[in-house]
Structures are given as C-alpha cells and as structure tokens.
Ligand binder design. Structure first.
Ligand SMILES: [Zn+2]
Length: 287
C-alpha cells in the first residue's frame, strides 16, 4: 500500500458497545449468543501513507481495537499511531487516551471547549510523557504527517454530562474533513450529529466517503431518539445522504436499540437499498 487514503473502522457501536455489558435486551442477548455481530464503541483510524496513522476518537476498548487491526500494529520499536482527532469530549470518545499514555509526543486535536473540559485528564497524561494538544478549529485547518489536510466543523451538539458548567457552545461537537494531498480524496467523519444542517451537505458534496452518525434508526425507538437526528424519516440522515450518491456512505455509532444491528432487519434492507452501508468492526478500505 503506497500513498493512498486508507481508513479502518475500529469500532461502530454507540458508547456502551454492543452488547452493552449491563443490558439484557433481545439484541444484546443475541450478540452475546453470537447471533448478531458484536461491536466495540465507535472510533476509527486514517492514514495517507500507510505509515503514519491518526485515530479518530479513542474508545475505552482502544487496546482491543488496535490489537485487532493489523495495519496499526507496532514495528519492533515504534507504533504507527501519531495522534488523535477528537470529535467531542464524551467519555466513550476520550477514555482511550489513558490507554495510549505511554506513547511519547502523541498529538491530540480537539476544539477549545473540549480541550478545556479535558484539562484535568491532560495534566495527568502529560505527567507520563508530555503530549501536544492542539486546537482542531484553527483557522485554515491543519496538516498531519502522511500528507493529510484536516478541517474540523462544528455540528450542533451538547457538552458531556461530566462538564459542571454545561455552557452552551456550538463547538462542543465537531465533524472532520480529511483530505489526502496526493490523491485529492476526501473523507468526512461525523459520528455524532444532533441535527442535520446545510453545512453537512456542503461538506459531503466534495467527499468521496462519509462516515455518519447512525445512533438511532427511528424517532420512536427511545425517548432520546425523538430529540435528535435519526436515520429514517423525512428529516432523517438517510434522506439527506441520498442526496449524495457519488460518495461512499457508511453508518457508525449504532446503539443497541437500533435495528440496523441486525443484518436481517427491514431497516438494514432499507438502508442497503439506498446505497448506504453498515460495516463490521475492523473493516478497512482505501478511499
Ligand atoms: Zn441492549
């Protein structure tokens, strides 16, 4: 593999993973029985040269997820993991940072409120081996080792529950646009989207591949589902993604109430018919 944009889905479930350790619903039980594919909490990795890899979020299961992804295995002396791009400060996206604590000089990008919320964790991590912490929303974006140009884009979203002030700030949750300078290929990674916006259409218009929040399938799935973006429905993400048939489109961050977890479900058939994919953990491909 030479100079191309490569991507690995390390985990594709919502925060609790699938099955969730403390849930006995029919789907979690089926996953425990091996009847549905189990999934780890959502995170991913991207590279432009197959040598320098960048993580998109770090789940509590990152050790297991990196162990399962041969592309990210260490050489005798070095890990190919250069750093982390955080979409937000949710515990399931930042908990894996502590697993990576013995990697010297790791560079982590996040928006200013996320960096502020992580101040205590950053101080603890920096005592192991000082890391670089950088503003993901810096003007004009930033360049990563491996020839990637990245911009972060705020999407509507709330701060995590552990933030005491709960200040309203549109920068709490971001999506990433990753462009490979050598090929011009573009990945959009948006695993947490509260409501669809024209900005997302603009972002996806120039993308070759989109990895999108698929937490809930239907608004009546749970009380929370009715208050946020769902896959189905006239205002759902599937209708929006159908406007962009040129791009490879993939759902991630599936919660255990989501029927898309079942390959035999009508929901999965509907999404497949629309040309949008649900892939297993560990799926790796070139963009
Ligand atoms: Zn469950």
């Amino acid at each position: 593999m030479g100079v191309v944009l490569r991507f690995v889905l390390l985990g594709t479930a919502a925060g609790g993973g699938f099955p969730r350790w403390n849930c006995a619903c029919a789907r979690c039980a089926a996953a425990r029985d091996g009847k549905l594919p189990a999934r780890g909490p959502e995170c991913a990795a991207v590279t432009g040269n197959s040598r320098d890899w960048w993580l998109l979020n770090t789940s509590p299961d990152i050790r297991t997820q990196l162990t399962a992804a041969s592309a990210l295995w260490p050489s005798p002396r070095h890990t190919p993991v250069r750093g982390v791009l955080l979409t937000d400060a949710e515990a399931n996206h930042v908990a894996g940072l502590s697993v990576l604590r013995d990697v010297p000089g790791l560079k982590t990008y996040a928006s200013p409120p996320v960096l502020a919320a992580l101040a205590p964790a950053r101080a603890a991590l920096d005592r192991h081996d000082p890391w670089e912490w950088a503003d993901s929303l810096t003007e004009g974006g930033f360049v990563l080792a491996g020839g990637l140009v990245v911009t972060a884009h705020p999407v509507a979203g709330a701060p995590p529950a552990y933030v005491p002030a709960r200040a309203s700030d549109e920068r709490w949750v971001t999506a990433y646009r990753v462009e490979d300078l050598a090929t011009g290929c573009v990945l959009v990674y948006a695993p947490r989207v509260h409501t669809w916006s024209p900005m997302l259409d603009d972002l996806i218009e120039t993308a070759d591949c989109v990895v999108m929040d698929g937490t809930h399938f239907a608004a009546d799935e749970t009380p929370q589902a009715g208050r946020r973006l769902c896959v189905s429905g006239p205002a759902g993400s599937l209708a929006a993604l159908e406007r962009h048939p040129h791009a490879r489109r993939i759902y991630t961050h599936l919660t255990d109430t989501n029927p898309l977890l079942d390959p035999a479900s009508a929901a999965r058939a509907q999404v497949t018919e629309a040309g949008v994919e649900v892939l297993p953990d560990g799926a790796e491909f070139v963009i």
